[in-house]
Design a protein around this ligand. Structure first.
Ligand code: GDP
Length: 453
């Protein structure tokens, strides 16, 4: 395979920048652009050895740094790899990359290093996707869950299911092909146990998906309420900075302000919407329409009410808008006292929290309510977690196949009918881990990576 190179560290000023070179000619390319101080030729170094020296471009030293050599297959990609650690910063790293490209490497595509690792059997697709998740992790729980999957928590569970299904299928195939032979019979009991084991593992994974997504990717959350109830103040409380405009004039949040914050285990993609109320102001009208849409599309709603003034029709409209949705009622301004009975909210909201956004009271209770409603309070990052929609749909399809097999078995259908469904389940599980993913799926996955990973 061709030799590829890319800057693997962030494209910004930093203490160290790394240019990674991978492929058949990685060592010879590196040797042309990196002269060791000791005079040793990089091509003679064994794996896991590093040398200090200068990066050379157009015959001149452009930086000093360290070249680390990895020998196939013991490298990230499974190929020969050299990582040149130079001084961080946009100019230097680009010059080092340019030198590598002028000496026989070609620019790596997005995710190409990890794609090669996958193609060389260093990791499966579930693990590769965990790499991407780990890079974008925004909190302790999400990075722990991604690391767990990278280290095999999901792949092991899938392998346990597909391994058992494969051996059952092999026995079924033998029985179907040679019905008259004395083949070690697959007992109904084994078949039934395998089916219920597999169904329960996949069901558990699927049940955890929503809370996993809340931890890993975050939840679209809308802060809604009539003007002046304290939505922007609450948003700023979450964010910790003055992001939204807080004023005493109703209707100042004209559009949607977005911010990503963490609340306990959960990443919230918060949007502070324009107040929900009838308005004659044209600009505000657009904001209100967008706010209503946001409520429709949001996964979680934080419905804010002013506890210090009587409820109005706008508040009642908001209460009915929240019916049947994942919504927390936030009764704000309780520092000024509560002038209405908050039990009125109990019909629609399972979680009602009293806070004072201004005085920073009740925020911990609000976080707990959010975690409770999203089911993330007892999220265990060491348990296998489906990382994304692709894995979720492979798993869902496999479960459907298994349920078909189960009902075929229970209704006494022939074993070849069961085998067809089991084969399909195995195929879907193989697609999840990449053992049988199509080239276009693989390309699509790695195209979402950044260049250099
Ligand atoms: P929004 O229109 O819903 O975004 O409301 P703002 O966040 O702009 O707040 C409107 C007014 O209410 C501002 O003067 C805030 O300082 C005030 N406010 C917000 N939260 C509280 C609170 O918890 N207690 C009190 N007393 N005032 C608050």
């Amino acid at each position: 395979m061709s030799t590829i190179a890319a800057i693997s560290t962030a494209q910004a000023a930093g203490g160290i920048g790394i240019v990674r070179i991978s492929g058949e000619n990685a060592l010879s390319v590196a040797n042309q652009i990196f002269k060791t101080v000791s005079g040793v030729n990089l091509q003679t170094l064994s794996g896991y050895r590093a040398a200090f020296g200068h990066v050379i471009s157009d015959g001149k030293p452009i930086d000093e740094g360290i070249a680390t050599v990895f020998r196939a297959p013991k490298s990230y990609t499974g190929e020969d790899v050299v990582e040149i650690s130079c001084h961080g910063g946009l100019y230097i790293t680009k010059q080092v990359l340019r030198a590598a490209l002028q000496n026989g490497a070609r620019p790596a595509e997005a995710g190409e290093f990890t794609k090669r690792a996958f193609l060389n059997g260093k990791l499966d697709l579930a693990k590769a996707e965990a790499v991407m998740q780990l890079i974008s992790a925004q909190g302790a729980q999400s990075s722990a869950a991604a690391l767990g999957v990278l280290e095999g928590s999901l792949s092991r569970e899938i392998a346990a299911v597909s391994g058992r299904l494969k051996s059952v299928c092999a026995a079924l195939a033998a029985w179907v092909d040679y019905p008259d032979e004395e083949i070690d019979d697959l007992s109904d009991d084994t078949l039934q146990k395998t089916l219920s084991f597999s169904v329960s593992v996949l069901q558990k994974l699927l049940t955890r998906f929503d809370s996993g997504q809340a931890v890993l990717s975050g939840v679209d959350t809308a802060i809604v309420g009539k003007p002046n109830v304290g939505k922007s103040t609450l948003m700023n409380r979450f964010v910790g900075t003055e992001k939204s405009i807080v004023t005493e004039i109703a209707g100042t949040t004209r559009d949607i302000v977005e911010e990503t914050v963490t609340a306990g285990n959960v990443v919230l993609r918060l949007s502070d919407t324009a107040g929900l109320h009838e308005t004659g102001d044209a600009v505000e009208k657009i904001g209100v329409a967008r706010a209503r849409k946001k409520v429709e599309n949001a996964v979680l709603i934080l419905a804010v009410f002013d506890g210090a003034v009587p409820l109005t029709k706008e508040d009642e409209d908001l209460i009915s808008l929240c019916a049947g949705k994942k919504a927390v009622a936030v009764v704000n301004k309780t520092d000024k006292g509560l002038v209405w009975d908050k039990e009125i909210l109990d019909n629609v909201f399972n979680n009602v929290v009293c806070i004072s956004a201004k005085e920073n009271q009740g925020m911990a209770e609000l976080e707990s309510a959010v975690e409770e409603i999203l089911g993330t309070a007892d999220f265990d990052p060491s348990a296998a977690t489906l990382m994304n929609e692709r894995q979720f749909s492979c798993c869902t399809a496999a479960l459907e196949n298994l349920l078909e097999a189960k009902s075929a078995f229970e209704s006494g259908m022939t074993r070849d009918a069961i085998e067809v469904s089991l084969d399909a389940a195995i195929e879907n599980l193989d697609a999840l881990t990449g053992a049988r993913a199509t080239e276009s799926v693989v390309n699509e996955i790695f195209a979402q990576f950044c260049v250099g990973k």
